[in-house]
Ligand binder design. Structure first.
Ligand code: MLT
Length: 247
């Protein structure tokens, strides 16, 4: 196995380079955590899109009562949308059996960047063991961190490092590229207290200020769920751990 970590989607120079790779798209705060929560609570599918305009356009072609517009800009609910990007908003009574059109500042971009990958999973602390299990038998694994406006984000790097660490335990034969080695170093430095490290991140401070402190704690919690959302290049659905997604 070879493991790479990209600290922002922009580091993936050519999206076709991912064709032979199994990708884990990580946006701990908060897109990945919200999408995973939605799938756990029975959402039928999540359709990631790049922009608010794309989301609006797409929603016109879908059945209104079974489709919701979800996501954020500036961390807040978008005008005309049904749900913001707080995992707490993705409650079963809101999302069960619904199709969610989803756009966020960084997270949806990381997922879309992997549209040509061999397979793509949405990963975060809340389902980290299941996500690692989904790719543990693969030969080429790439973690794409959403980062923040195309820059490094600490919380994603810590999660990526945890994924690398867990994969190396399962696959002692694994080779790691420099990005994965760096993520591992970041993770090793704070593995004793993940919550404190995530709380110290820039984006966590913004969320705390905006009244979303509970989201930060939630998103830093490991293995709340076992669902692993898989993106087929168009929509995200959930697969049971151990079952390879149809690609
Ligand atoms: C993003 O995609 O940039 C984030 O999920 C922003 C947020 O915390 O809502």
């Amino acid at each position: 196995m070879n493991i790479e970590v990209f600290f922002s989607p922009r580091e993936v120079e050519n999206e076709y380079d991912l064709r032979e790779k199994s990708v884990l798209a990580v946006d701990v705060l908060r897109a990945s955590s919200s999408i995973i929560t939605a799938m756990h609570h029975g959402a039928r599918q999540v359709i990631p899109v790049a922009s608010v305009a794309d989301a609006m356009r797409l929603s016109k072609d879908l059945f209104e009562d079974s489709t919701m517009l979800c996501g954020e800009r500036g961390g807040k609910l978008i005008e005309g949308f049904d749900l913001d990007n707080s995992p707490a908003s993705y409650r079963p009574e809101r999302v069960k059996d619904k199709s969610l059109i989803f756009t966020s500042t960084n997270g949806s971009g990381a997922i879309l960047r992997a549209r040509y990958a061999l397979e793509t999973y949405v990963a975060a602390f809340v389902t980290v063991s299941a996500a690692v299990g989904a790719v543990a038998a693969r030969e080429q694994v790439a973690v794409i961190c959403a980062g923040e406006e195309n820059h490094f984000a600490l919380e994603d790097a810590i999660c990526a490092g945890m994924i690398v660490s867990r994969l190396m335990e399962k696959r002692p034969d694994a080779t790691v590229a420099d990005g994965a080695r760096a993520a591992l170093m970041v993770y090793d430095r704070c593995s004793e207290n993940i919550l404190a490290a995530v709380r110290s991140a820039d984006h966590a401070a913004v969320l705390e200020r905006e009244g979303f402190g509970a989201d930060v704690t939630f998103c830093a919690t490991r293995d709340l769920y076992t669902v692993v959302p898989v993106y087929d290049g168009t929509v995200i659905r959930s697969v049971k751990q151990g079952k390879r997604a149809a690609v």
